[in-house]
Design a protein. Structure first.
Length: 432
């Protein structure tokens, strides 16, 4: 018996020791581990790419709901087992119809006056499943799990940590934590949430009585690949105080933040700005693994995600504490060419963050075998002119591409280190 007791005691300490070790880890390390665990599960092969209405979609939903329930955040639907699901059906034809959901939880504010105003903190949890033709995959001819680690398990992981943080510290205004479904299908979940908010639905609980009481939306989409401490924040012109707040928080958290005034773009914040709700969209930008099977957890920068989390906490705290309701300002899109159809491609991924301190647009990634690479342009070169016309930002770059024809050769001037080099680039046609 004594021998057995000794074994039992040892086993007990083996189980308990990791908990004690974890409790003495620095808080930032604990949060990074929490975010890493969330990403590794949501972007696991088991979840199959989280396509709406699949088994992986269900598993992802159950994971997120378990985290929200553990925090004892308030549900939003009366009479359901969990109450965190806001179901919706989408599809152009009966054959294409799918039923999925948004996952919504509410943290009531602590200020008697401001708690009746709500800030939505959101991310989308769906992805492309196995990819394939017309899926949005950048490898449409390859069927395989598109894990979506950066897009958008990264945003989900940060929002879950934000929910933990604000559960502890609370905020004057109420916060809606939203994980939207079917974003990849055309922002379906966020649009449906806002339509639901317009209706007189007796099943809706713990939410504002009217849509107008949602006073701001913060969206996190693809925040897992920070480079050079750089982040892009769109929507800084949609309310009069937003740009100042963003710049001040960026200085406090030592981030290089590129501000875009308008709130348009291919993510869920666009649904809110279309309803005249001021927005802020946080992203660390694109990369070659975007919408491919290679967007896996090991490619993420978890230190950078911690920086995004720190920035987001301060940003949302400032928004939630504003003494007056944020005003809404209509800002025309500053990137009219974003969804344009181009006849040519240079075969490079530009620096959408604007992190370069040098005039021009940096080529983050130059794809081997494409026009720019064949001419001699390399990753890190800063494009300053295309076809004799200046390039100072993304808008200039997109405008230059729109003016060009395939199977022509044009000069592209770049800065490499301290040397200015002009390359003759033979333009390949863009894929239809």
């Amino acid at each position: 018996m004594k021998k057995i007791c000794k074994v039992e005691v040892k086993a007990k300490w083996v189980m308990v020791l990791p908990f004690y070790l974890f409790s003495f880890l620095p808080l930032n390390v604990q949060k990074q581990d929490g975010m890493r665990q969330a990403v590794e599960y949501l972007a696991s092969q088991e979840l199959g790419g989280r396509f709406p209405a699949t088994a992986g979609d269900t598993l992802a939903s159950e994971y997120i709901v378990s985290q929200l329930r553990g925090l004892k955040l308030k549900p939003v639907v009366k009479g359901k087992k969990t109450g965190y699901f806001q179901d919706f059906t989408y599809g152009k034809t009966p054959e294409q119809e799918r039923t999925t959901h948004n996952i919504i939880a509410v943290l009531p504010g602590k200020d008697k006056r401001l708690k009746h105003e709500y800030i939505v903190v959101g991310s989308h949890y769906d992805h492309l499943g196995l990819g394939g033709k017309d899926s949005g995959s950048r490898r449409p001819d390859t069927l395989g799990v598109h894990p979506g680690a950066d897009d958008n398990a990264s945003g989900d992981a940060v929002v879950l940590e934000l929910a933990k943080h604000f559960k502890k510290v609370r905020s004057p205004r109420s916060i809606i934590f939203a994980f939207f479904g079917a974003e990849e299908q055309g922002l379906v979940g966020s649009k449906n949430f806002l339509e639901w908010m317009k209706k007189d639905d007796a099943q809706r609980i713990n939410l504002p009585a009217e849509k107008k009481d949602i006073v701001a939306m913060v969206n996190l989409d693809m925040v897992g690949r920070m480079r050079d401490h750089a982040m892009s924040v769109s929507g800084t012109g949609t309310s009069s105080e937003f740009k100042t707040i963003v710049e001040q928080v960026a200085e406090q958290t030592h981030l290089n933040v590129s501000c875009t005034p308008d709130g348009y773009g291919p993510s869920d914040h666009a649904s809110f700005v279309a309803q005249e709700i001021p927005v802020l969209f946080l992203t660390t930008g694109g990369h070659m693994e975007y919408h491919t099977p290679d967007d896996v957890p090991s490619t993420l920068n978890y230190d950078g995600m911690q920086q995004t989390l720190d920035f987001s906490k301060k940003l949302i705290s400032r928004l939630a504490s504003l003494p007056t309701t944020p005003d809404y300002i209509s800002v025309p899109s500053t990137n009219k060419m974003k969804h344009g159809k181009f006849k040519v491609t240079l075969g490079l991924m530009p620096d959408v963050m604007g992190a370069s301190r040098i005039p021009g647009l940096r080529a983050d990634i130059v794809v081997a075998g494409k026009s720019a690479h064949n001419a001699g342009i390399r990753s890190g070169d800063v494009i300053q002119e295309i076809d004799g016309k200046p390039v100072t930002n993304m808008d200039d770059y997109m405008q230059r591409l729109s003016e060009l024809e395939p199977d022509t050769t044009i000069p592209v001037k770049v800065l490499r280190g301290e040397e200015i080099i002009t390359f003759d680039v033979h333009l390949m046609p863009a894929k239809k």
